[in-house]
Design a protein around this ligand. Structure first.
Ligand code: ADP
Length: 269
């Protein structure tokens, strides 16, 4: 048993330890915020000059300064391609550091999925046409609205659909389906592409992870698309999962809450 004085010392020590813990946690959080800001600032500063350089390349490739020799054209095209890759990386990076759960939660509202899918498809038509991949959208008329932040949810769909096109075979098919489910609304993006090896499935949502398959490696990518999608879906309180069969294709499924309906966390999650 402690004397009152000893007890006081023990309590004081406990309080002091707690104060130090809190202080170091606050410091850690501050450090993380500074790092995030730094990444955002640097990438932001890089983006404008790189975009300008890209435009100069485009103008040169259009032949504005006179006809290019074949070698010059090839070199410019290669430089342009590398620059484009770098810009994609920077944009993904910025996305990754900008996604804040609080912002998404604040912007949640009833969203018409059909309109959101249409928006997402806008940037992907060219890639689909180039590979002769057909994109079919099958949404039931009476689908409830989803509870989402429209801008970031469109990005989830666009990342999933663009992967489904990119990692598909020539003349393949992508189907975007949705249905009401106990947890809210389930949205599935199915492709007839390469599929993903079971050993790789645990890693594909990690930042910067790219598939080992040589066909995947031969295509441009940053390894951030699924990490971004996962982060956004989680901020919605939803879940994102995948089923895949090597050589046959993959299905990525997103489950989010319906507006005014069940909450995903009470349902299939
Ligand atoms: P990136 O597409 O830039 O490589 P992602 O984060 O979008 O980055 O995807 C990570 C990896 O997951 C890809 O490199 C690929 O191996 C695999 N992957 C994603 N979507 C598909 C898909 N629909 N079919 C096959 N593999 C896929």
């Amino acid at each position: 048993p402690f004397t009152p004085d000893e007890l006081l010392i023990v309590v004081r020590r406990g309080l002091e330890k707690r104060r130090l813990d809190l202080e170091s946690r606050a410091l850690r959080e501050e450090k993380a915020a500074i790092e995030r800001n730094f990444v955002t600032m640097v990438t932001h500063q890089l983006r404008s000059p790189l975009s300008a350089i890209l435009q100069y390349f485009d103008v040169l490739l259009e032949g504005i300064g006179g006809e290019l020799t074949e070698v010059q054209r090839e070199m410019l095209e290669r430089a342009r391609e590398r620059l484009q890759g770098l810009l994609e990386l920077i944009n993904d990076w910025l996305d990754m550091s900008r996604i804040q759960e609080g912002d998404i939660v604040r912007r949640l509202r009833p969203v018409d999925l059909a309109a959101c899918v249409d928006e997402a498809l806008k940037g992907l038509e060219w890639a689909a046409r180039e590979k002769d991949v057909a994109i079919q959208v099958q949404l039931p008329e009476d689908l409830p609205k989803i509870l989402a932040d429209p801008g970031s949810f469109r990005e989830v769909l666009s990342n999933l659909i663009s992967n489904a096109v990119k990692y598909n075979r020539e003349k393949g098919v992508v189907v975007v389906r949705a249905e009401a489910c106990p947890g809210g609304v389930s949205i599935q993006v199915t492709d007839t592409g390469f599929g993903i090896a079971e050993t790789e499935l645990p890693f594909i949502f990690d930042q910067f992870y790219r598939g080992k398959d040589s066909r995947v490696r031969s295509l441009e990518g940053t390894g951030l698309g699924l990490a971004i999608a996962q982060k956004i879906v989680r901020a919605h309180g939803g879940c994102l999962r995948v089923r895949s069969e090597l050589g046959r294709g993959s299905t990525f499924e997103v489950i989010v809450s319906a507006a005014g309906g069940d909450n995903v966390t009470n349902g299939t999650r």
